[in-house]
Design a protein around this ligand. Structure first.
Ligand code: NAD
Ligand code: TDX
Length: 339
């Protein structure tokens, strides 16, 4: 089995590369990644030693490059992780989100149509459903919840999902889509809440919490997400959407306090800053479909997952210190000063 994994030098994609190399040692995994600010070749150093792994630098929106790769590799399955993924950056500069997340998806699917494919899998997000009110804990997103996006990022992901379903209905492309809740774990870029808190707390720096910290996210340890995608590409039904989530809802303030506690750092580091424009209040996934149909269940609860994650960041200081010493400094300044 030949699998093209796009965005495999990023957070979830790299975890998926390692998951697949370990659990399917006979598969060939080809990573296509443009190495944007979020892509990191150091992350793939171990994978590079495996003869069943190939890394190709390229843009999913570059038709010539994608078609050439399909001609060379004749993939059986494509798993499309590649995306611009940070909501705050999409608020500052939406354009690249539309190009990568929508046009990139279209180019990947055109290649699948041209060269043939057993399965095209689109890695989507729970953010396509918009948000839920804070005072209705009974409500959760199902696969039937209407798309109702808030940020340029989520609008671009929802647009891609619509295109994927259109390619299924119009051209019969064998597709699946997964919509997962917030992930955390190793190799998570420190612009996102959990790695940002860990890396800043370790340097005794302030922790910026948007608004009052009451917004709720539904957290899933990244390996559980990878296992769900593995199940979907092998056993999921064509043309179907699967929600992925593990019932681990926490307010942002709870998340920050849990991480600080795990690191033995004081809560006085917390600083409340101006809220994100259009900030989604609550995400909550109903994962019944994937549980019943594919027998998926998460193996980590939030407290276990956070322990493992904090330990990873403590043991991999060079990985994140290199990131935060570079261009990241400018990013942090422009995003957080005067906030
Ligand atoms: P990430 O930002 O850490 O990684 C994205 C990767 O894609 C990087 O390696 C980057 O270099 C690559 N990339 C960006 N533009 C590209 C292009 N034009 N061509 C080729 N490669 C390109 O993102 P992530 O957090 O790992 O998210 C991966 C996917 O999962 C995304 O599609 C995202 O929407 C989705 N998702 C993320 C979460 C989450 O909590 N992080 C939750 C649900 C869904
Ligand atoms: O400095 C911060 N302070 C803060 O309070 C940051 C970076 C975030 N937050 C809040 C905003 C959110 O309510 O924490 C919550 C989590 O923020 P992010 O880590 O930016 O994630 P989120 O916006 O929820 O989106 C994530 O989950 C869904 C991923 O980035 C998306 O790619 C995925 O689709």
């Amino acid at each position: 089995m030949n699998i093209i994994v796009t965005g495999g030098a990023g957070f979830i994609g790299s975890n998926f590369v390692y998951y697949m190399l370990k659990n399917h040692p006979d598969y060939r995994i080809i990573c296509l990644d443009a190495l944007t600010y979020a892509g990191n070749l150091h992350t793939l150093e171990e994978a590079m030693k495996n003869p069943n792994f190939r890394f190709v630098k390229g843009d999913i929106a570059d038709r010539e490059c994608v078609y050439k790769l399909f001609e060379e590799e004749k993939p059986d399955i494509v798993v499309n992780f590649a995306a611009e993924s940070h909501v705050d950056r999409s608020i500052e500069n939406p354009e690249i989100f539309l190009k990568t997340n929508i046009i990139g998806t279209q180019v990947m699917m055109d290649a699948c149509r041209k060269y043939g494919i057993k399965r095209y899998h689109q890695v989507s997000t729970d953010e396509v459903y918009g948000d839920l009110p804070l005072d209705r804990p009974d409500l959760m997103f199902t696969e039937e919840t209407p798309l109702h996006t808030s940020s340029p990022y989520s609008a671009s992901k929802a647009s891609a999902d619509l295109l994927v379903m259109a390619y299924h209905r119009t051209y019969g492309l064998p597709v699946t889509i997964s919509r997962c809740s917030n992930n955390y774990g190793p190799y998570h870029f420190p612009e996102k809440l959990i790695p940002l808190v860990i890396t800043r707390a370790l340097e005794d720096k302030t922790i910026p919490v948007y608004g009052t910290g009451a917004n709720v996210r539904d957290w899933l340890y990244v390996e559980d997400h990878c296992r769900a995608i593995d199940l979907i590409i092998h056993k999921g039904r064509e043309g179907e959407i699967y929600n992925i989530g593990g019932h681990n809802e926490r307010t942002n303030l709870q998340v920050v306090k849990t991480v600080l506690h795990e690191l033995n750092k004081p809560e006085s580091l917390i600083t409340f800053v101006t809220d994100r424009p259009g900030h989604d209040r609550r995400y909550a996934i109903n994962p019944e479909k994937i549980e019943k149909e594919l027998g998926w269940n998460p193996t980590y609860n939030f407290e276990q997952g956070i322990k493992v994650t904090v330990k990873w960041y403590l043991e991999h200081r060079p990985w994140w210190e290199k990131i935060i010493s570079g261009e990241y400094q400018n990013y942090y300044k422009s995003m957080y000063s005067n906030r």
